[in-house]
Design a protein around this ligand. Structure first.
Ligand SMILES: Nc1nc2c(ncn2[C@@H]2O[C@H](COP(=O)(O)O[C@H]3[C@@H](O)[C@H](n4cnc5c(=O)[nH]c(N)nc54)O[C@@H]3COP(=O)(O)O)[C@@H](O)[C@H]2O)c(=O)[nH]1
Length: 847
């Protein structure tokens, strides 16, 4: 390229001088322009700045010094070199010129060689000055950029995300921050020298394609999740935001890389938490369901069978309620471990909630495999669990459904397995049941019944019947028990056993129970206001009424609403319901008792039966369950239980009511053993309110004669009628009340009805012989004195009976009348002595 010709401005008021200088400069390749005055020069310079100015010192108007001063004062023109041309040779004129800013002087007339030399030197110097200032400028720029870059790097390095800048042209990193180095284990220089493809195992074409796509996106950023390989070969999961940015004639791909390992781990943990039971770590209901759904999809294609086992621990609630939730939790954990061991790796074990677990079995066998696993689960539970120092034995009830036999829908399979599990429970627990179509029909019937019951509640289709309780001391009606009946439209009166279990199961018992309390209070108030007067009414209360609502407030409200004194209301609770939620139940019962409400334990003897535990409850009465009353006069076991309950109740100062009394024998037996009240068909069946009113107006007269308590009653038992007569004759003169029985059965009835003190019994009787009879009597009526009459020479059975305490004396037939009478008299004396001793013991204070 041809160098640019320097442009020189000649300023002189003399044309001659201007022309001369132009002529002198022309041959040296300079372009010249001229100005005839200082003003003209300044105007020209403001338009085009010359490379050098030859300035005449002495000019009219603005002289050379003034022009120089103006130009040097202006930064835009200060750099233009000025050669002052003057005819003046004195020193002061020259100094004035230099002072004004001129770089050089030429004296007129101008010497050509000196002119060229000065011009050339000044132009060179100017060029040098321009370069220097340019490099200074450049240096400044570089410094500024370096500071900027440093600041940028510091900022980049302080960023938690890795930042990597990739040149599109070179496909190499041009910048990376410290986080990138730390994340990937490479130094900055290593990253600059390596191909980015090594980091995510792509090939260069892929990378180029990715960059092109980003460039096409413009300023938009693209997000992707990827995995990068560290220097040590390990992998790091990352989110990458990429953006292409123009940089001169290149594109820079900016990648902001975030390590998402921790986030992924947190996500994984969250996912695990959402799908697993935190206590047992087993899949929860949601995951169990999802697994079953997937398993069924595969099974349908591959024609496999899938069995679903629904497992529920038996009496788990009792463990929880009595030993506490910590023990309950531990049981669930240990059970889940045993359960998992019963399944194969490919099976799924899950916790469906509470004490309910599920197992999914896949295979060809279906039923057989399910039965085997169910058997294994049962066997796994044989060994007791050691739970925080308590040894606990539990069993499980299992329901089983099979795909494709029962259904191929996950919901239905689980529901059917649940239904079958209930059947296993009903069958006595600790067993398993396969689902059957009948179960489904039953389940549907249950649903029908449930909706009918909901309607019954809304439409108040319930009524109360009342069954009297008789006080044994005086034969008066002591009160009544309110018993629920359902007047089901189109069906008639439905007894509670047919619907109370479902009310309990569905929780509807709480609403119905509230209705019962209100209805009973309303009825008490009605009787109170009528000629009937005060009637003490007991209502049955379910355990759920204690848990699900504020029973105390509810009863208080009902008593207040109907103006009923608390003393006329009694609550009957079963032992089992008392054991659930003990503390809350005790609290509520105490509040109720303070209102005068009586509390009795229903069905006593069938549940927990721990009187020491029951002492914590503010109870007034025990109701002995009907199961012990049915055979109380013939079953030594039942009789012993009844007597034990009465005696324990006495010592705790509780009243005792026997329920289900159906005959006079039971009544007398209970009366003789100090039972306070009886309830049962013998007194009356449950009655409508109207029928009860009539009964109360004209109460039943029951045979409650003082009996023969003060008399001496001798029972003679012999199948031989002649023998019976003879024996009765022998004792007729001794003033006893003599009862005769032809068989053991008759003997039991008479013993129940009368206060027999001495028994004389033939050993050889058909049916039950004397040994067995007296042995049972010993248990039923231990206070009696039992004498055996034997015609046998074999004394061994009699000796046995004597040793067991069943027989007090024995006599061989034929007997000596006098000896026999003496001994019977002695037997009565012995009886009285024993009674006196027992009474004295009873009178002693309790330990
Ligand atoms: N939670 C509630 N439970 C209630 C309510 N009303 C009744 N029930 C419970 O339902 C069960 C069955 O009651 P029901 O069919 O009324 O039977 C009672 C009596 O009829 C029956 N009974 C009475 N005497 C005799 C008899 O001599 N022989 C005989 N075979 N049965 C007899 O016993 C039932 C009373 O039992 P109990 O309550 O234990 O005293 C029953 O469990 C009721 O409790 C209610 O409102 N809420």
């Amino acid at each position: 390229m041809k160098p640019r010709q320097p442009n020189i401005l000649i300023v002189d008021d003399e044309l001659q001088n201007r022309r001369l200088l132009a002529v002198l400069l022309g041959p040296e390749g300079y372009l010249t322009s001229s100005a005839a005055s200082g003003e003209e020069a300044l105007a020209a310079i403001s338009t085009v700045a010359p490379d050098l100015i030859l300035l005449d010192l002495m000019m009219p108007g603005i002289d050379g010094c003034a022009v120089a001063s103006i130009l040097k004062a202006n930064p835009a023109t200060a750099h233009i070199p000025i050669i002052m041309v003057t005819a003046l040779v004195d020193r002061s004129a020259r100094l004035a010129g230099l002072d004004a800013g001129a770089e050089e002087f030429l004296t007129k007339p101008v010497d050509r060689a000196e002119l060229w030399l000065r011009v050339r030197n000044l132009l060179r110097l100017k060029a040098l000055g321009a370069i220097e200032s340019h490099s200074a400028e450049l240096e400044q720029q570089v410094q500024a950029r370096t500071v900027e870059l440093q600041r940028f790097r510091t900022a980049m390095d302080a960023t938690a995300d890795a930042i990597m800048l990739l040149s599109h042209k070179t496909m190499r990193f041009v910048e990376v921050n410290a986080t990138a180095c730390a994340m990937l284990g490479y130094s900055r220089d290593e990253l600059f020298s390596m191909s980015p493809c090594a980091l995510d195992e792509t090939d260069p074409q892929q990378l180029a394609g990715l960059c092109d796509a980003l460039i096409a996106l413009g300023t938009d950023t693209a997000l992707s999740t990827s995995e990068l390989v560290r220097k040590d070969g390990t992998r790091v999961q990352v989110d990458i935001h990429r953006q292409a940015m123009r940089s001169d004639n290149d594109w820079i791909i900016v990648a902001v890389v975030r390590d998402i390992t921790a986030r992924n781990e947190a996500d994984r943990r969250l996912h695990h938490l959402a799908h697993h039971d935190p206590l047992t770590a087993l899949p929860n209901r949601m995951l169990f369901y999802a697994t079953l759904k997937k398993t069924l999809e595969v099974a349908i294609d591959s024609r496999w069978k899938v069995a679903v086992l629904f497992i529920d621990l038996d009496h788990f609630k009792a463990v929880n309620d009595t030993l506490g939730h910590m023990v309950g939790d531990e049981l669930l954990i240990q059970f889940s471990e045993r359960l998992t061991q019963c399944a194969r790796i490919r099976d799924t074990v899950g916790r469906l909630g509470g004490d309910e677990f599920g197992v999914i079995l896949v295979g060809q066998e279906g039923q057989q495999a399910a039965a085997v696993v169910a058997g294994k689960i049962g066997a796994a539970l044989r060994a007791p669990f050691l739970l925080h120092g308590h040894e606990v034995s539990v069993s499980a009830s299992i329901g089983i459904t099979i795909h494709p036999d029962d259904s191929s829908d996950p919901d239905t399979l689980i529901k059917y397995a649940d239904t079958a599990m209930y059947r296993a429970k009903q069958a006595g627990r600790d067993t398993y049941r396969f689902f059957t179509a009948q179960m489904n029909a039953d389940a549907l019937a249950q649903l029908d019944l449930e909706s009918a019951l909901r309607r019954a509640i809304d439409q108040e289709q319930f009524v109360l019947h009342y069954q009297p309780k008789l006080q044994l001391s005086d034969g008066r009606i002591a009160g009544v028990e309110a018993l629920l009946r359902w007047q089901r439209p189109g069906v008639g009166l439905v007894p509670p056993n047919e619907f109370i279990p479902l009310l309990e199961e569905t929780g509807l018992i709480v609403r119905v129970g509230s209705w019962v309390i209100a209805a009973a209070c309303r009825q008490i108030a009605e009787w109170l206001a009528s000629s009937v007067g005060a009637v003490h009414v007991a209502v049955n209360v379910s355990g759920r009424q204690f848990i699900d609502n504020d029973l105390d407030a509810e009863i208080a409200l009902a008593l207040e609403k109907y103006g009923v004194p608390g003393e006329l209301l009694e609550l009957e609770l079963t032992e089992t319901s008392m054991m659930a939620n003990t503390e809350r139940t005790i609290d509520i019962l105490c509040k109720l008792k303070s209102r005068g409400v009586q509390i009795s334990v229903d069905d006593f003897g069938t549940g927990y039966s721990s009187l020491s535990y029951l002492r914590r409850f503010p109870i007034n009465k025990l109701k002995i369950d009907i199961a012990f009353i049915r055979e109380v006069t013939t079953s030594p076991d039942d009789a012993a239980i009844v007597r034990a309950i009465i005696s324990m109740a006495r010592s705790l100062k509780l009243e005792v009511v026997a329920e289900g009394v159906e005959n006079e024998m039971q009544l007398n037996y209970l009366r003789r053993h100090q039972c306070d009240e009886i309830q049962g068909f013998y007194v009356s069946r449950p009655l409508t309110a109207a029928a009860l009113r009539e009964l109360l107006a004209c109460p039943p007269v029951l045979n409650l004669s003082e009996g023969n308590f003060a008399r001496q009653v001798l029972l003679i038992v012999d199948d031989d009628a002649l023998m019976l007569d003879m024996l009765a004759d022998v004792f007729s003169a001794d003033g006893y009340d003599i009862l005769t029985a032809h068989s053991a059965a008759d003997g039991f009835d008479l013993l129940a009805l009368h206060d027999v003190q001495v028994i004389l019994c033939d050993q050889q009787m058909p049916g039950m012989n004397g040994n067995v009879f007296l042995d049972i009597v010993r248990e039923l009526h231990p206070e009696t004195i039992r004498i055996m009459l034997s015609g046998q020479s074999d004394l061994l059975p009699i000796m046995g009976a004597i040793n067991q305490g069943a027989v007090y004396r024995f006599y061989s037939k034929p007997w000596d009348n006098k000896l026999l009478r003496d001994n019977v008299r002695a037997a009565f004396q012995h009886y009285r002595a024993m009674q006196a001793m027992a009474a004295a013991q009873r009178a002693l204070p309790l330990p």
